[in-house]
Design a protein around this ligand. Structure first.
Ligand SMILES: [Zn+2]
Length: 356
């Protein structure tokens, strides 16, 4: 009997398009992981410094063409389809063969999913300065793993704010390097720095890498709950996010912005929903509202001018006005848990207001 490699000719392994994705009938014809990638190469540069796998895939799509919808790439197992930033060992070996690099080198670029990261498809924030350097040095423009963290809103190398690359343009063009790096008004620049620093402190406190500042209100968990309340639609019908209360003509756009369209009601865990808010401008808006509530003594001119005192009460009123039904019970329970989690901030804040 001939070895497997000889039984399957290159022609029999090759689907109609030689673009790195596969059809179901073709997968059935392959017997080993080696067969899966043998006839394929991705003619793109290997991963750059700290580049994500999703960034590599976008580059390959631009060169080879996008695969049909819901079609995994030739190196992917169907079980991991959707989170391509964390390939398993078999996938790494196949991809290493396709790129002609070592699997050990590829392993350094894995990004295991977790609550500190944005949802995999939302990891599209980028630093224009880093991308300009890529361009100047002749490297492909690449998304870095650091920018996939929910609480990272600035570049640690350049101290610039992160911007957003539109997903609908991902297969057509690279990230824009001509964007403005920071707002013109000095007070807006300072405000963005405070928001970025607040986000990093909250992240470090949530994962026990730093102590919660003793003069801040509440706890890391209550601050995250308060943040999630602004990033989720906690009513049972489509509605705009509570974040919209921040909207004003003077908002430092595009660095801080709010989604004005109605969002579907929350189903499932609130933080999983918050992780789907990838745009740095929207995350910054929610963090601004949270920082204003948590950090005492912020300058009065940083107060969001359109913010009513009890802007979250509208959700309470909505729940009071609808009959309790079993199919809404899970949503109500999530909302109630979030509201209770915020109590340390609310009580502390009330004390502060009464002392004025
Ligand atoms: Zn940078």
């Amino acid at each position: 009997m001939r070895p497997v490699d000889q039984q399957l000719s290159v022609q029999s392994l090759k689907p109609s398009e030689d673009a790195g994705y596969r059809s179901a009938s073709w997968i059935d014809a392959c017997q080993t992981s080696r067969d899966l990638c043998r006839p394929y190469r991705w003619w793109v540069e290997a991963l750059g410094p700290d580049e994500t796998f999703r960034s590599l895939i976008e580059r390959a799509d631009r060169f080879h063409g996008e695969p049909p919808p819901d079609t995994p790439y030739v190196w992917q197992d169907s079980s991991s389809y959707g989170n391509c930033d964390a390939p398993n060992s078999y996938e790494l070996l196949r991809l290493a063969r396709m790129l002609d690099v070592s699997a050990v080198e590829l392993f350094k670029h894995r990004l295991e999913d977790g609550p500190h990261l944005l949802y995999p498809t939302e990891r599209r924030a980028y630093c224009p300065q880093c991308i300009r350097e890529d361009h100047a040095e002749g490297r492909p423009r690449a998304f870095r793993r650091e920018w996939a963290r929910f609480f990272v809103l600035g570049c640690s190398s350049h101290r610039t704010t992160l911007h957003w690359a539109e997903p609908r343009l991902s297969s057509l063009k690279d990230m824009d390097i001509e964007v403005r790096l920071q707002p013109e008004e000095p007070w807006q620049q300072e405000l963005l720095q405070v928001i970025d620093q607040f986000a990093l402190t909250l992240e470090a406190s949530l994962w026990n890498k730093a102590r919660w500042p003793t003069n801040w209100y509440g706890t890391p968990a209550s601050a995250r709950a308060y943040l999630a309340r602004h990033l989720c639609n906690l009513m049972g019908v489509p509605a705009t996010l509570p974040l919209v209360h921040l909207w004003t003509q003077n908002l430092p756009f595009p660095f801080v912005a709010v989604p004005k369209r109605p969002m579907p009601p929350l189903y499932g865990p609130a933080w999983e929903n918050a992780r789907r808010i990838g745009r740095p401008a929207w995350r910054r808006a929610a963090l601004w509202l949270t920082a204003w509530r948590v950090i005492p003594g912020l300058p009065a001119h940083w107060k969001p001018i359109t913010l009513p005192t009890h802007h979250l009460d509208a959700i309470d009123e909505w729940w009071e006005g609808v009959p309790a039904t079993p199919h809404r019970f899970k949503q109500w329970r999530t909302y109630d848990a979030l509201r209770r989690s915020c109590i340390p901030i609310v009580i502390d804040h009330a004390k502060r207001d009464s002392m004025k």
